[in-house]
Every structure is written in structure tokens, then in C-alpha cells.
Design a protein. Structure first.
Ligand code: NDP
Length: 258
């Protein structure tokens, strides 16, 4: 097994992309900590993985809270005997025209999408550097590379994740650790269900039209599966991917080629 014995923490692992990442890495033999705020969701994911014969444990964590992140680091390190891979996946989305974005919305998005990535990376990276091996994968977005109407706050937060990824990757490049980002287009998760509902509410389009609009962002005319993102994360964690560092890899069927 490529992944055997890797010890992994996935933030936002209770559903959607994070749950798919936890499942795929566990199926490859990793021991996985599934972290998020909703304890029912992380317990459900972890117990399903255990029932399938994998090693997984749920741990409550709010990535915006330094004390909560430090508690996650301490518990995960003790439970797994160390942490080799951190997947910074926890995130929230919103959309509004610039004039309607409140400072509160802006700060809430940055707290989870940017400060959360910063706090978790700062917590887990030193032990990876010390052991001379580690992987950090940040789940950014294709709008970490391009802008689009009505998502100034979300896109700015994901651009920040890409800049953070590139800088930290440069900092640890000679120390056996890689830091990369994945940049998906729309993915079939609750976040996208919410996006469709928001478009319907604000524009009066039908749900089918709203969904077709999202699909038309990709030349493949589709919304992507969480497993496709999980596979991208898995490949970055493979030992043979050690030369890939500081990259922000787009998964959108070819709309954004960078
Ligand atoms: P979901 O809303 O389905 O899941 C988000 C996860 O993040 C949940 O487990 C949620 O759990 C967790 N989370 C949110 N806030 C916090 C917090 N403060 N502390 C800890 N965990 C938190 O979203 P997706 O699976 O769709 O998204 C996952 C990531 O992928 C996000 O970073 C998102 O921006 C990114 N992405 C998503 C795309 C999409 O189309 N769906 C496209 C491109 C990128 P809880 O609320 O219980 O804490």
C-alpha cells in the first residue's frame, strides 16, 4: 500500500470533500483523525470507517480558535503517535455583490478559510519538519486563481490560501515536507446545494437552470465528485510526489489552465 502507516488529520472531515478525503486515505491504509465542529458528523464518518476495518477517530475542533486547534494537535499526536499529513479542508462559502458584503461576513469567511489554515499549519508543521517528512494539502478553490462576480470575499480568502501555500512551501522545501493546494471547481456537496438554493432565491431561476449555470463553468459541463478531489489529495501525499511543492492544482475540467 502506498499510504500504509501514514497518520492523517483532515479538517472539515464530517461531510463533503473532507469525508471523501478521510475515506480514501483510510482505504489506502492511513490512520485518520476526522475533525470539524459537528460531533455527530465526525463520529458518523469515523465510525463508518472503523466498521470498514480502518483506523479512524473523530475529534471536535473549531479551526478558527487557537485553543481548539492546539487541543486537536495534542490529541491527534497522542492518539496517532504523530501526524504526517494535514489536509486543511474546513471552509465556508458565501456570495453577495460587493456592496452587500458586511465586515462581519468578510471576517467570518477569512476566519475559517484563511486563519484556520494558518493556525492548523502552524500547529502541525513543526513536528513534520522535525521528522523530515510530511505533507500539507490545502483545499483552496479554482477561485483561488481567478475572480468571479459576487464572490469577492470567498475568492479573496482562497487566493490567500494559495499565497500562503506557496510561501510555506518555499520555507520548508529543503526539509522533507511539501505544501500544496488543490483548486476544485464546483463539487457535489452540501456547499454546492446551498449555492444552488442561493442562486434560486436571488435570481428567480429554477434549480435546474441554476445548476446548469454552475455546470457551464466547466468545459466538461459538469459538477465534480468529492472523490475526484480526494484522489488529487491522495496523489499529492504519495511519496513519489515529493517533487511537487508549492503548487495550486486546478481540478475543473480545463476551464482555468494554470
Ligand atoms: P461542506 O460545507 O460540505 O463541508 C465543510 C466542512 O468544513 C464541514 O465538515 C464543516 O463542519 C467544516 N467546517 C466549517 N467551518 C469549520 C470550522 N470553523 N472549524 C472546523 N470545521 C469547520 O463543504 P465542501 O465539502 O464542499 O467544502 C470543503 C472545502 O472545499 C472548503 O474549503 C471549500 O471552500 C472547498 N471547495 C468546495 C467546493 C464546492 O463546490 N463544494 C469547490 C472548491 C472548493 P462543521 O460545520 O461541523 O464544523
Amino acid at each position: 500500500m502506498k499510504f500504509n502507516e501514514q497518520r492523517v488529520v483532515v479538517t472539515g472531515g464530517g461531510r463533503g470533500i473532507g469525508a471523501a478525503v478521510a475515506g480514501m486515505l483510510a482505504a489506502e491504509g492511513a490512520s485518520v483523525v476526522v475533525a470539524a465542529r459537528s460531533t455527530d458528523q465526525i463520529e458518523a464518518v469515523a465510525s463508518e470507517l472503523r466498521a470498514a476495518g480502518h483506523r479512524a477517530v473523530g475529534m471536535a475542533c473549531d479551526v478558527t480558535d487557537p485553543a481548539s486547534v492546539e487541543a486537536l494537535r495534542a490529541r491527534a499526536t497522542e492518539e496517532l503517535g504523530g501526524v504526517d499529513v494535514l489536509v486543511n479542508n474546513a471552509g465556508i462559502a458565501s456570495s453577495a455583490p460587493l456592496r452587500a458584503i458586511t465586515l462581519e461576513d468578510w471576517n467570518r469567511i477569512f476566519a475559517v478559510n484563511v486563519t484556520g489554515v494558518f493556525l492548523c499549519t502552524q500547529a502541525f508543521l513543526p513536528a513534520m519538519v522535525k521528522q523530515g517528512w510530511g505533507r500539507v494539502v490545502n483545499v483552496a478553490s479554482v477561485v483561488g486563481k481567478i475572480g468571479a462576480p459576487y464572490i469577492a470575499a470567498y475568492a479573496a480568502s482562497k487566493h490567500a490560501v494559495v499565497g500562503f501555500t506557496r510561501s510555506v512551501a518555499a520555507e520548508v522545501a529543503a526539509q522533507g515536507v511539501t505544501v500544496n493546494a488543490v483548486c476544485p471547481g464546483y463539487v457535489e456537496t452540501e456547499m454546492t446545494v446551498d449555492t444552488v438554493e442561493r442562486i434560486v432565491r436571488k435570481t428567480g431561476l429554477s434549480a435546474e437552470q441554476a445548476r446548469a449555470n454552475l455546470e457551464s463553468n466547466s468545459p466538461q459541463r459538469r459538477v465534480f465528485e468529492a472523490d475526484e478531489v480526494a484522489y488529487q489529495v491522495l496523489s499529492l501525499c504519495d511519496r513519489r510526489a515529493r517533487g511537487v511543492n508549492g503548487q495550486a492544482l486546478v481540478l475543473d475540467g480545463g476551464a482555468v489552465q494554470s
